[in-house]
Write a protein that binds this ligand. Structure first.
Ligand SMILES: NC(=O)C1=CN([C@@H]2O[C@H](COP(=O)(O)OP(=O)(O)OC[C@H]3O[C@@H](n4cnc5c(N)ncnc54)[C@H](OP(=O)(O)O)[C@@H]3O)[C@@H](O)[C@H]2O)C=CC1
Ligand SMILES: O=CC(=O)O
Length: 292
């Protein structure tokens, strides 16, 4: 595959583009805060001054942006993707957004002759650094096939899920489940502690049983310490809960557990914890400031 464009160098975009560089891809990067490109340049990337400039230069461009507003802005605003997209140009949006946002982007790009694939990912900062993401792609199958060498560097497994929107929906279902689990886990840690048990032993017990999972294992020890270094920012997890609840509305699916979890993430945001890891929702229980 030729030179790859990469838009958005946050926690995930930086790790993913660094990974592409270390596997020998030529990468042209852009980030709204341009200074964030410097570290990538030190590792061999070149910089595009605007999203449009990146699209003009590269046949394939990947985006990894915070939320629907950011994903739309980078495509539709001045100097955005649409100004240079057209026949022979391919756009892969790996941001976590809702199906409606993804469809809007897809329609705009394909109506100008470009190809579009949505490809949100499951897996956080460390899996992004290690090339161990799970890729949930949907849209143009030919573009999916062409992108597989890139996905094989970024991830451990790629799924092609059919029409645009299915990747976004799958990602939201997964993150809705993850966010609810994180709330139950936080309550468990606090309940153990307040009822006189050693939370560290709770972690050992959980890890040996049927609900053992990498998230509890990785995040539990630092949660007990009250440390939440951002891998998956809480504000993004709350965005995903909100979008998943909207998907539940559309499909008349009652989700009382997810709704309660969303309230806890909103509470955490109101406590100023949005930029910390999503495990900081623990503070809403640990500090006695829960939503109920
Ligand atoms: N972190 C994680 O564990 C995972 C995150 N995701 C998803 O990946 C996406 C990126 O996440 P992450 O890297 O953690 O997020 P960060 O908050 O670290 O980075 C967000 C990126 O979006 C850019 N951005 C925000 N608003 C705008 C805008 N209006 N116009 C242009 N660029 C904008 C930021 O630019 P600037 O530097 O200028 O602020 C930055 O490059 C999100 O959709 C998230 O839900 C998916 C899986 C795991
Ligand atoms: O979206 C977050 C993740 O860990 O996956």
């Amino acid at each position: 595959m030729e030179e790859i464009g990469f838009l958005g160098l946050g926690i995930m975009g930086k790790a993913m583009s660094m990974n592409l560089l270390s596997h020998g891809f030529k990468v042209t990067v852009w980030n709204r805060t341009l200074s964030r490109c410097d570290e990538l340049v030190e590792h061999g990337a070149t910089v595009g001054e605007t999203p449009a400039a990146v699209i003009k230069k590269c046949k394939y461009t990947i985006a990894m942006l915070s939320d629907p507003a950011a994903a739309l802005s980078v495509v539709f605003d001045k100097d955005g993707v649409l100004e240079q997209i057209g026949s022979g140009k391919n756009y892969i949006d790996m941001s976590t957004v809702d199906a409606e946002t993804s469809s809007k982007i897809s329609e705009a790009i394909t109506s100008k002759g470009g190809c579009f694939l949505e490809a949100p990912v499951s897996g956080s900062k460390k899996p992004a650094e290690d090339g161990q993401l799970v890729i949930l792609a949907a849209g143009e199958k030919a573009l999916y096939d062409a992108a597989l060498p890139v996905f094989d560097v970024l991830g451990k497994k790629s799924f092609f899920l059919g029409q645009v929107g299915n990747g976004a929906k799958m990602k939201l279902v997964v993150n809705m489940t993850m966010g609810s689990m994180m709330n139950a886990f936080s309550e468990g840690i606090v309940l153990a502690d307040k009822s006189g048990l050693n939370p560290q032993i709770l972690l050992d017990v959980l890890d040996l049983g049927a609900i053992a999972n990498p998230m509890f294992k990785m995040k539990g020890p630092s949660m007990i310490q009250g440390n939440y270094p951002p891998a998956f920012p809480l504000k993004h997890q709350q965005k995903d809960m909100r979008l998943a609840l909207a998907l539940g509305d559309e499909n008349s699916v009652a989700m009382p557990v997810a709704a309660a979890s969303n309230e806890a993430f909103k509470k955490a945001r109101s406590m100023g914890l949005g930029d910390l890891d999503f495990s900081a929702v623990h503070e809403t229980v640990a500090s006695g400031k829960g939503s109920s």
